[in-house]
Design a protein around this ligand. Structure first.
Ligand code: SF4
Length: 368
């Protein structure tokens, strides 16, 4: 398949690894920001192909994993209310809240529906004018434009029975938080290519300069990832800290201006809590006051939230690159995809789920 097969070529992987070995003189620790990249690395066994001096740690770029516990508890409260249709991406249904999850609400008779986009949820609202439809608007820069579009369109069409429960987050503030920590291990980032497709990478040169770290905009196929790692190692060995775009088939410096303008019209930046990590200044998007009519937290009466997180789950440490999933004492024993203790074991982009799913062997790469 064009644009896929050639980016899984074992010959190109081997050439990238050969060039990497030539460059490499000392150990380095790199973080791939996005959970989709983590799954590719584990699926294709790239971490096992790298020289032992190159360590990959796994970043917080998994929207399900970082959705704060209190927002999941709010989702459950809303979904339990009569005449509510609660629409969500499928992964969110199994994420543990403090006392339950959305799947149990559904099993107990709640109208919880899996959708693939916010515009599907808006359509449900249009078709059910006597019901309140709430969409769980989670995600990074990649989902923000479509979620913004849904309320913009709802207002345009005069649809009043549609609201968002928002948990929108931004990547760059999380990168700054990781780099600011006294426990930081990250010496270079593989930035999330799809987030940059929307937002471009205008914010990254300042981060690279302020913290002295290379940032490589990287895609998701094995060749993309090896190229991103190679460019990062080249910079580290040459004592450079610059931003390079290794995903030019999708990413430009400016990004998608139309999507950015729509997001800016509907959302405004705010401080936001990340599950397991805490509040990161300027890392969230919330609905602007002009769109308050579409805010589920204002439409529905909600009880005070008292959260209760698993004491065994170390997902917050995993998401900051301090620990690997298989260093968690519960990994694969008390915590499995069937009985998850944390969101990183549930999500299709979660690092713990990736380690569990590919713990025996990943896929073998075939020559293109
Ligand atoms: S293995 Fe389970 S308990 Fe451990 S960090 Fe991952 S999600 Fe949390």
């Amino acid at each position: 398949m064009k644009y896929v097969t050639e980016f899984r070529s074992s010959a190109l992987i081997e050439e990238g690894l050969r060039r990497l070995r030539l460059q490499l003189k000392r150990p380095w620790t790199l973080m791939e920001v996005c959970g989709g990249q983590t799954h590719s690395i584990m699926r294709y066994g790239l971490h096992e192909l790298l020289p032992p001096e190159v360590e990959l740690v796994h970043g917080p770029g998994c929207p399900v994993c970082v959705t704060p516990l209190e927002q999941i508890d709010r989702a459950i409260q809303i979904a339990e209310q009569p005449r509510v249709i609660f629409a969500s991406y499928g992964d969110m249904l199994r994420v543990p809240g403090s006392r339950s999850d959305l799947l149990h609400v559904k099993a107990d008779g709640g109208d919880v529906r899996v959708v693939y986009s916010s515009l599907d949820a808006l359509r449900i609202a249009e078709q059910n004018p006597d019901r309140q439809v709430v969409f769980f608007a989670i995600g990074f820069e990649t989902t923000a434009p479509a979620n913004a579009m849904s309320v913009w369109r709802a207002r345009q069409l005069g649809i009043r029975n549609y609201t968002l429960l928002v948990s929108q987050v931004r990547v760059p503030p999380a990168m700054c938080l990781i780099l600011s920590s006294p426990n930081n291990r990250v010496q270079a980032f593989l930035a999330a290519g799809h987030a940059c497709t929307v937002m471009g990478y205008r914010e990254y040169p300042k981060i690279a300069a302020d913290f002295g770290v290379p940032i490589i905009i990287t895609g998701f196929e094995p060749v993309d990832l090896i190229q991103g790692i190679l460019l990062a190692i080249q910079q580290l060995e040459e004592r450079r800290a610059e931003v390079e775009n290794a995903y030019p088939r999708a990413v430009t410096f400016e990004g998608n201006r139309y999507a950015q303008n729509l997001v800016a019209e509907v959302f405004e930046e705010c401080d936001w809590p990340w599950r397991g990590i805490g509040i990161i200044p300027g890392s969230g998007w919330r609905l602007r006051p002009e769109f308050a009519d579409y805010d589920a937290t204002l439409r529905f009466p909600l009880n005070a939230i008292t959260t209760s997180e698993s004491t065994e789950c170390i997902a917050g440490l995993v998401l900051q690159g301090w620990k690997k999933p298989n260093e968690c004492p519960s990994f694969g024993s008390a915590c499995t995809p069937d009985h998850p203790l944390g969101a990183t074991m549930v999500s299709s982009e979660g690092a713990c789920a990736a380690y569990y799913r590919y713990r025996w062997k990943g896929e073998r790469l075939k020559s293109a």
